[in-house]
Design a protein around this ligand. Structure first.
Ligand code: CDP
Ligand code: MG
Length: 155
């Protein structure tokens, strides 16, 4: 039992200190509302580091691949249309436990359920204009950073 507890404690400790890189998108609504600075300010204030950054007008193929897990769902076409409707900020963000930290900072998918203090809880009202994307787990983060930064991240 003691060993198990030590292992668990160690695992939690290791998990808490994992250096990660996650993908953040500021969707067209966020760009149009001039929230780029506000969202990046919050990310940097959290002691996370922006290690890749660009403003792009993504094509349909890129967005459909990005949201491949949602293909076939009722909102798929709407979310793809939304993401391709204007300019998007793509960011790679690095830090300790960055994936979970950023997800929590952005808040629940539906802004009506997002905690006040989160980006969506403070700045958004509607699920179809919820301002940001952030990677959900390590596999998604690796895939998405590679997809949006196929040229690689600047050293
Ligand atoms: O962005 P997040 O990971 O929080 O949510 P998701 O479940 O992966 O869904 C991706 C995106 O699809 C959301 O951020 C919304 O923009 C959109 N969506 C929607 O419009 N209606 C839903 N019922 C679910 C998602
Ligand atoms: Mg998602």
């Amino acid at each position: 039992m003691q060993t198990l507890e030590r292992c668990c404690a160690q695992a939690i400790c290791l998990q808490e200190r994992t250096m990660e890189t996650t993908l953040v998108l500021i969707k067209p609504g966020g760009v149009n509302r001039r929230l780029i600075g506000e969202i990046i300010r919050r990310i940097e204030a959290r002691d996370l580091t922006v290690v890749g950054l660009k403003l792009v007008r993504p094509n349909r193929a890129l967005v459909e691949e990005h949201y491949a897990e949602h293909r076939g769902k009722g909102f798929f076409d709407d979310v793809v249309n939304y993401l391709t409707s204007g300019r998007v900020v793509a960011m790679a963000v690095e830090g300790v436990n960055a994936i979970q930290a950023v997800r929590t900072m952005m808040g629940a998918t539906n802004p009506l359920e997002a905690t006040p203090g989160s980006v969506r809880g403070d700045l958004a009202l509607s699920i179809d204009d919820n301002l940001t994307h952030s990677s959900s787990d390590a596999d998604a983060a690796a895939r998405e950073v590679k997809l949006w930064f196929s040229e690689g991240l600047p050293k």
